[in-house]
Design a binder for this molecule. Structure first.
Ligand SMILES: Cc1ncc(COP(=O)(O)O)c(C=O)c1O
Length: 353
């Protein structure tokens, strides 16, 4: 499907060009740089940080392009995928006039970013099996032309399951707006990444992060993959130096060490299996939901009580009791072996009401 991207971009952004940072105009590093009012002598901290970072993060994009088999121009790098989500909504949604569609229970950042921009949020709940309510979504997007973006998270946070790709494809082919697939947890799953299908759908956008399987949450690197036209408009409005040099270096190191990431994934997936097999033996646990991510949901009679009990034992999980469809549910991230053992020990000591 070929959607007209220019028609989707907010009018005033169509007319803008990117902020011209000094370092965007000359990309070499063999010159005398007297262009950015930096301190040429050094930094007052232990490492040298006196020069602005590469505004276009070229080295990371080169490596990512090889890994994901896309062109460098199909990649946007954000200060965490949170920034990718924020910049994306700001390019495409007119405040007070347009909307995004989300399918709760889902990661709340889409909603948060929309609220900040005064962009309305349409919600179509997942089904009881935590899949998309495709027919209702298709009906809604025909009826409501204010919807510019549909956010889909797979594996879904907080439910943990993969979203059926056939359902996603139906939406991609029938929606005139943009479909963002958030694959923050895709490394843990055996599902194929949607980056493989970028060239089939020009309204497909995929978000990934180094914060989960790569174990680099504090480095703040998120990646957004889409067609070149979309990436162009994201670059137009982003802050020029949105990713610092230290993070760029560490990201490049990480992307050159995929084996380590894969080893982490294997270990964490095995730990998840062990945790689930132990939790299955606990009588008061009503249900453990299947998970394709590095976390899973458990259901109990009184989630608030169990949550508080775990806090008293200095174990912090995520209480999802108040989220739609998740009454009685706690979301548990897979920890280290010692943390997992302690969690099981403490869960086994709990006396449910
Ligand atoms: C589904 C999902 N997307 C994105 C993010 C944000 O990740 P980042 O650390 O890259 O901002 C998270 C963080 O928990 C998440 O769960």
């Amino acid at each position: 499907m070929k959607n007209n991207i220019q028609q989707l971009v907010r009018n005033h952004i169509l007319k803008m060009s990117a902020y011209s940072a000094a370092r965007t105009e000359y990309t070499g590093n063999d010159a005398i740089f007297l262009d950015a009012n930096e301190n040429p002598i050094g930094s007052v901290c232990s490492e040298t940080h006196n020069r602005y970072p590469d505004p276009m993060q070229i080295a990371i994009k080169k490596q990512l392009a090889l890994l994901e088999k896309v062109s460098e121009n199909q990649i946007f790098i954000g200060n965490g995928s949170d920034e990718c989500i924020d910049v994306f909504v700001r390019v495409f949604c007119e405040p007070k006039a347009e909307s995004i569609l989300t399918c709760p229970p889902v990661f709340s950042m889409y909603e948060h970013v929309a609220h900040i921009q005064d962009v309305a949020i349409k919600e179509i709940l997942l089904t009881e099996l935590f899949q998309l309510n495709v027919d209702v979504i298709l009906e809604e997007i025909k009826k409501d032309t204010s919807i510019k973006i549909i956010f889909i998270c797979t594996p879904n946070n907080p439910t943990g399951n993969n979203i059926n790709p056939n359902d996603i494809e139906k939406i991609l082919t029938q929606f005139n707006g943009l479909v963002v697939i958030d694959e923050a947890y895709q490394d843990f799953s055996s599902a194929e990444s949607w980056t493989n299908r970028l060239n089939e759908f020009n309204n497909l956008v995929v978000i990934k992060t180094l914060s989960k399987a790569y174990g680099m949450a504090d480095v703040r690197i998120g990646m957004l993959f889409a067609n070149e036209e979309i990436i162009h408009y994201l670059n137009v409005i982003k802050m020029p130096y949105n990713v610092n040099t230290h993070s760029q270096k560490l990201a490049l190191e990480a992307l050159n060490n995929i084996q380590q990431k894969n080893a982490f994934v294997q270990t964490l997936n095995e730990s998840k299996k062990w945790l689930i097999s132990e939790i299955e033996t606990i009588a008061y646990i009503q249900h453990i939901f299947p998970s394709d991510a590095n976390f899973f949901l458990i259901k109990v009679a009184d989630a608030n009580d169990l949550y508080q009990y775990l806090i008293r034992h200095k174990i912090i999980v995520r209480n999802r009791n108040n989220a739609p469809l998740l009454k009685g549910c706690l979301r548990i991230s897979v920890g280290t072996n010692d943390e997992n053992k302690r969690l099981i020990e403490v869960l086994k000591m709990y006396k449910s009401n």
